[in-house]
Design a protein around this ligand. Structure first.
Ligand code: NI
Length: 129
């Protein structure tokens, strides 16, 4: 598996984008709305590091609870996999638990993604290559 991006939870998308710009990040993909997850998503990059800004678009957002609990913060690392089936099976055997159904990510060319949580590591995302 290869690191694809770091997910960053932000309350105000435009303000966050501006703040990251001032640190030298550039927008790699303009903000899009993921209606399934009820989140705004924008990709930025600096020095080869890609961050995904994720901001709740409604109270029903999948990250509404997390936002309340954590505030603005990095909260997942996304790994690109050549075989979703194999890596998912392996991770489930290694104490990871699925915390979202597998679904197509609008902001990632409709590639399949899923989220997992590990008791000692927190949340990760898998993205099919
Ligand atoms: Ni992500």
């Amino acid at each position: 598996m290869k690191v694809h991006h770091i997910g960053y939870l932000v309350k105000k998308m435009e303000k966050a984008e501006e703040a990251f710009r001032k640190l030298g990040y550039v927008v790699r993909q303009e903000t899009v709305l993921d209606e399934f997850r009820q989140v705004w998503i924008c990709f930025m990059e600096k020095d080869g590091y890609v961050i995904e800004l994720v901001s709740p678009s409604s109270k029903e957002s999948v990250v509404a609870g997390l936002m309340k609990k954590l505030g603005n913060t990095a909260y997942h690392i996304c790994y690109e996999t050549d075989s979703m089936e194999m890596d998912l099976e392996r991770l489930l055997q290694e104490n990871y638990v699925l915390c979202s159904e597998r679904h197509e990510a609008v902001a990632l060319e409709n590639r399949e993604v899923c989220f997992l949580v590990h008791p000692y590591l927190g949340m990760i995302e898998l993205l099919e290559a």
